[in-house]
Write a protein of this length. Structure first.
Length: 136
């Protein structure tokens, strides 16, 4: 018995159609399965490699203030942090950290792990990180 990998992250959306359009049209995720009726729709979007983003329509749900619970951000793997960041910016997203190179210190090897990252806010304020590195 063991965990075999990551399956999905679920987020809530006030404007379901806007969120789905953003993740499919701007970031390139594809629909795996959708269910429910307005105002309680849900969709699972394929991010590749068996990883999914699940979006729940919640237009009237009260949302937590300040910190959004235990999840700090959603990190999406990409081979073009700069290009994807510009696509997000062009779609009206607030880029909170422009693409930059970071050497992550590691306690599991002799060298830091070089990565390229950026951060922006998605349609409902969710924090999204774009992440590129050698380890996939």
């Amino acid at each position: 018995m063991k965990i075999s990998g990551f399956h999905h992250v679920a987020i809530r959306a006030r404007d379901f159609d806007k969120s789905v359009a953003f993740y499919t049209d701007v970031l390139g995720l594809t629909t795996k399965i959708a269910w429910g009726e307005k105002p309680g729709r849900a969709i699972m979007l394929d991010a590749g490699n068996g990883d999914y983003l699940e979006i729940f329509e919640r237009p009237d749900q009260e949302w937590p203030g300040g910190e959004q619970g235990a999840i700090l951000h959603l990190a999406l793997r990409t081979n073009d942090v700069d290009g994807m960041t510009e696509r997000a910016r062009a779609a009206g997203c607030d880029v909170t950290m422009d693409p930059k190179h970071v050497d992550l210190p590691t306690t599991t090897g002799p060298h830091p792990l070089p990565v390229r990252i950026s951060f922006f806010q998605g349609p409902d304020g969710e924090v999204i990180e774009l992440f590129a590195n050698e380890l996939t």
